[in-house]
Ligand binder design. Sequence first.
Ligand code: UTP
Length: 275
Amino acid sequence: MIKKCLFPVAGYGTRFLPATKSMPKEMLPVVNKPLVQYGVEEAIEAGMTTCAMVTGRGKRAIADHFDISYELEHQISGSGKEAYLASIRNVLEKGVFTMVRQREMKGLGHAILTGKSLIGNEPFGVLLSDDLCINDGPGVLAQMAELYKQFRCSIVAIQEVPADETHKYGVISGESLKEGIYRVDEMVEKPAPEDAPSNLAIIGRYILTPDIFDIIADTEPGANGEIQLTDALQTQARQGCVMAYKFKGRRFDCGSVPGFVEATNYVYEHHYTDI
Ligand code: UTP
């Protein structure tokens, strides 16, 4: 039902400098696969085969990754090394990739508004590829797409975080409808522990209804002087409905060095097989 997923990949990735000086953060490999490819695989698994990327300067490697490399194909065609290309070939076969550039980094909300021309007037997924999510069953976006069929409104993925970490996230409060599903009534971006309405933090998976674009266009800059998606979602929650969903699976904050190292160890131990 939801065919498109937006990938905001324009951020600077300052927490990974100097690695991200001339290389996109989203191309950092967790073991042997770049972060953004894990994200694209999750979106495709959820049926969102159009992957709309909001890129920026210095992000060309992402566009190249989701294109054919003729030299490479020619070089290793018919050799034993061909198997190493299997996962990216599979993604290229199933996915369609569209791109638009965000010229100024004015925040996640602004990045999403920049992607409007790629999405149009339909519900869509949003995946922040620095949040790597791994589940043995259906991926997080697939779980959320299933939930969308029931509620037909925006959905944010949440997880419980320690009280002293609320300042890193958007935090929600709401009415619990059933195990792991909340109707959101309040959302705060990066609250101090004493201002946080709960310890339920939004992570980088969303399903958004397209009215969000007009709401973002009317949203003033918030925390850090950026146009915050959380502020727009708060307006949407007041006007209609936003659900929060405690997803099944593990999430690694690969935008931070400790989270990235943890993900690398986990994937190497549980999912890596040499071919
Ligand atoms: P982050 O807050 O992680 O920022 O953005 P960042 O620039 O990527 O990383 P640090 O904090 O400097 O280390 C969350 C997501 O939103 C995207 C980022 O690419 C990331 O996926 N984003 C953020 C944009 O696309 N544009 C923006 O203007 C801001």
